[in-house]
Design a protein around this ligand. Structure first.
Ligand code: ADE
Length: 401
C-alpha cells in the first residue's frame, strides 16, 4: 500500500500485441510539442485493423532520448492507454515501437485527429461563430432565431451542389460552407476580438512560416490547411463537444483512470465533429485507493485544478470534474484563458477558497452554467459525476429538438 505512484504504474504490464514494426512507420512533420514530448504525423502500413493499407497516424515520442524521466512518463502513458481500451471519445492507441527503448527511443502510435486541438480550433473559428443563445441564457429554436430577424439566412439546397449552403452576403459570414450537419437554419452572427493565447510562443514545435489560413494543432500541417471542415461553428457544436467529452471522461472514470490535465488544449477534434480526450501524460491509474496524492513539485495546470489539488495535492475523478467545468468555460468563451487577469497562483487559490467562481459565459445556455457550478463545488463529493453531466446534457439536447 505504500507504493509510490510511479511504482503503481510500473505494475501495469506492456502487452507485446501492441508492438508495431518500426520499418512500417514513416515519420512526417511535427504536429505539436510540449516540454518533454513531441507528436509527429506519420504513415503506418498495416496498423491495427488496416491490414496492408497505409493509414495516417500521430506518433508520440520524447524530445530528448537522454531524458529518462520523459521516457518513463511516456511508458506510463502507453501502459495507461493499453489498460484503457478503445472509446470513440478518447484518442485511441494504435501501436508502439518499443524495440529501441534501451537507446531512449519509444514511439507511441495513436489516432490522428485532423482538426487538431480544440483550444486552437475555437480561437480560429471564433469570427464565424453562430450564437444560438439569447440574452437570458435560453437556447433559441430555429423558428425563434428567424423571428428575431437578426438571423443569417442559410439557403439550403443550393442549386448545383447539394453539399453547399450559401450564407447571405449582407451578413458577416461570407463563406460557402462545404458541409453542414450542425449549422442551424438561421443564426445570429457576431464578431469577437481575438485573444492572445499564452504558451503559443513555446512554438507548438512549429518553426518557419506561419500560414494564416491553416488551422489545427500545427500550422504547417498541409492536410489540416487544405481540408476545411466547416467555416462556421455554432452553439450546437459546443454542446455536442461538451457532451462527447463528458462521455470520454466517464469512460476514463469507469476504468479508474484519472486524467489530471483536462483542458481544451488536450481535446482533439477528428472527422465528423468527433471530440476526443487526449494526452494521458499526467494520467494516473488508481490502484489502491481512489485518490492520488501528488508527491513532488511538478509543473501544474493551476487554472484547471480543483481547490483540493492546489492546496493538498489530492487528485481524483472528482478533481477531473472540476477541470471539466473549466473546460466548459473555455468552450463557451470560444477559447479564452480562464480567470482573466488573475496571474498570481496564491491569489487564485485564496479567492477560490473564499468561494469565488467564474461567471457563466454569455454564449453558454443556463443549464451549462449550472453544470459549471456543479463542477466547482468545494467539497469533491458534492460535485456532479461525469455520468450525471452526460445525463443533464443529453436531456437538454433531446428537449431542444
Ligand atoms: N497533436 C497532438 N496529438 C495529435 C493527434 N493525435 N492528431 C493530430 N494532432 C495532434
Amino acid at each position: 500500500e505504500d507504493l509510490c505512484l510511479d511504482d503503481q504504474v510500473e505494475i501495469l504490464p506492456y502487452d507485446v500485441r501492441w508492438e508495431f514494426p518500426r520499418n512500417r512507420l514513416k515519420l512526417g512533420i511535427q504536429l505539436g510539442a510540449g516540454c518533454f514530448g513531441r507528436v509527429v504525423k506519420a504513415e503506418a502500413v498495416g496498423v491495427k485493423d488496416c491490414e496492408e493499407s497505409v493509414k495516417t497516424v500521430a506518433v508520440k515520442m520524447v524530445r530528448s532520448q537522454t531524458n529518462v524521466a520523459a521516457l518513463e512518463a511516456l511508458v506510463s502513458e502507453l501502459k495507461i492507454m493499453i489498460h484503457l481500451g478503445a472509446h470513440l471519445n478518447v484518442v485511441n492507441l494504435l501501436g508502439a515501437c518499443t524495440k529501441s527503448i534501451i537507446k531512449g527511443e519509444l514511439l507511441v502510435i495513436v489516432e490522428y485527429c485532423r482538426y487538431g486541438n480544440l483550444q486552437t480550433y475555437l480561437i480560429k473559428h471564433r469570427k464565424n461563430f453562430i450564437n444560438q443563445v439569447d440574452e437570458f441564457g435560453y437556447l433559441l429554436s430555429d423558428a425563434e432565431m428567424q423571428e428575431r430577424n437578426t438571423a443569417i439566412i442559410l439557403k439550403k439546397d443550393c442549386p448545383g451542389d447539394e453539399n453547399q449552403i450559401k450564407i447571405q452576403e449582407q451578413f458577416e459570414v461570407k463563406y460557402v460552407v462545404e458541409k453542414t450537419t450542425s449549422v442551424p437554419a438561421s443564426a445570429t452572427s457576431l464578431t469577437i476580438e481575438d485573444d492572445k493565447v499564452p504558451g503559443q510562443t513555446d512554438g507548438e514545435g512549429c518553426s518557419g512560416d506561419v500560414n494564416p489560413v491553416s488551422f489545427g494543432v500545427c500550422q504547417q500541417d498541409p492536410d489540416a490547411a487544405n481540408n476545411v471542415r466547416e467555416l462556421t461553428m455554432s452553439t450546437t457544436d459546443l454542446i455536442s463537444w461538451s457532451f462527447q467529452i463528458a462521455r470520454g471522461m466517464d469512460y476514463l472514470a469507469s476504468k479508474k483512470v484519472l486524467h489530471g490535465d483536462l483542458a481544451a488544449r488536450n481535446v482533439l477534434l477528428a472527422d465528423d465533429g468527433v471530440a476526443k480526450v487526449a494526452d494521458f501524460g499526467m494520467a494516473r491509474k488508481m490502484y489502491y485507493e481512489g485518490n492520488y496524492q501528488q508527491s513532488g513539485e511538478k509543473l501544474m495546470p493551476v487554472k484547471w485544478m480543483a481547490v483540493e489539488s492546489l492546496t493538498d495535492r489530492i487528485f481524483s475523478t472528482q478533481s477531473d470534474v472540476w477541470s471539466y467545468g473549466v473546460f466548459l468555460w473555455e468552450l463557451f468563451t470560444l477559447g479564452k484563458v480562464p480567470y482573466p487577469g488573475m496571474e498570481a497562483n496564491h491569489q487564485l487559490i485564496r479567492q477560490l477558497e473564499n468561494g469565488y467562481r467564474m461567471e457563466k459565459p454569455n454564449f453558454a445556455p443556463n443549464y451549462i452554467g449550472e453544470i459549471m457550478s456543479g463542477c466547482w463545488k468545494l467539497d469533491p463529493n458534492d460535485r456532479f459525476t461525469f455520468s450525471q453531466i452526460e445525463e443533464k446534457i443529453s436531456s437538454q439536447m433531446e428537449s431542444a429538438v
